[in-house]
Design a protein around this ligand. Structure first.
Ligand code: ADP
Ligand code: MG
Ligand code: MG
Length: 249
């Protein structure tokens, strides 16, 4: 698999809170790479640095072999990095149609200045058909369920031709049925060569979908495992450190 992304020695503090003291991460094309860690471990901070919401204090980001500086969310999108945040609601404009919401970033993207709106609309329609043929392009976004809103965001990423899609706890608001469907979509993305980063607390889901798992603790990436070569128990022990003793109460 092609190496899409490498993050090395990433550090980030807020005042005297060290959110990241030593984070490393890499992602290949067509891979799902999960990030797991207790609350406060630094998962969201690392992904916000990748998606341009925060700037790292130091460290290196390589995209397809080139060192890059990611200075803003728009900048990240121009590099093909797209984040599906947990708060899908705030990422959509409720009064706009599904079609307009899907095209929202593409219209302002540097790469699309010569692409007509008609062409974008065709791409939006194609992306949505791939994800969920029951959602209509003409619907108002406010009429959608959370799972459908998430699909609209993924369609937005597809129209932008995202190479890296970050999912921050994407299954938290979904029913079991919706989660199953979400994973079929993630598999389609993987088959199309997209690299997916999957932040989750749900170990069974991680073991179902991820090729690799990176465990974070106290602002550090502790270890990266091939999912097929590790047990859930080993992951939990790595996540919580040696001070932790199992108790099933
Ligand atoms: P996780 O996503 O793994 O739960 P976060 O990356 O959200 O962890 O947080 C890591 C640490 O950084 C926490 O101690 C958190 O309070 C702190 N932190 C994150 N963002 C900010 C911020 N904008 N200002 C101050 N502290 C922050
Ligand atoms: Mg948190
Ligand atoms: Mg978080």
């Amino acid at each position: 698999m092609d190496q899409l992304l490498i993050m090395n020695d990433i550090k980030k503090s807020f005042g005297n809170v060290k959110s990241l003291s030593d984070a490393h991460f890499d992602l290949k094309a067509g891979e799902v790479h999960a990030i797991l860690g207790a609350n406060g471990a630094g998962k969201s901070t690392l992904m916000k640095i990748l998606s341009g919401a925060y700037t790292a204090d130091s460290g290196e980001i390589m995209l397809s072999g080139q060192q890059v500086e990611i200075n803003s969310p728009k900048h990240a999108k121009d590099y093909g990095i797209f984040c599906v945040y947990q708060e899908v609601d705030t990422a959509l404009v409720p009064q706009l149609t599904v079609a307009d919401n899907i095209m929202l970033d593409s219209i302002s993207s540097q790469r699309n200045i010569f692409v007509s709106k008609k062409r974008l609309l065709q791409q939006a329609s194609k992306a949505l058909a791939l994800l969920d043929e029951r959602i209509s392009l003409q619907l108002q976004a406010s009429e959608l369920s959370l799972a459908e809103k998430q699909m609209v965001l993924i369609a937005r990423a597809l129209v932008l031709e995202a190479k890296v899609i970050i999912f921050d706890e994407p299954t938290a608001p979904l029913s079991l049925e919706e989660t199953k469907k979400f994973f079929t979509i993630v598999n389609k993305l993987r088959n199309n060569g997209v690299g997916c980063i999957f932040i989750s607390h749900r170990l069974p889901e991680i073991f179902e979908i991820a090729n690799r798992i990176t465990v974070m603790r106290d602002g550090r990436t502790i270890s990266t495992f091939q999912t097929s070569q590790v047990t859930q128990q080993q992951i939990v022990e790595t996540m919580l450190g040696s001070s932790f003793h199992f108790s099933f109460t």
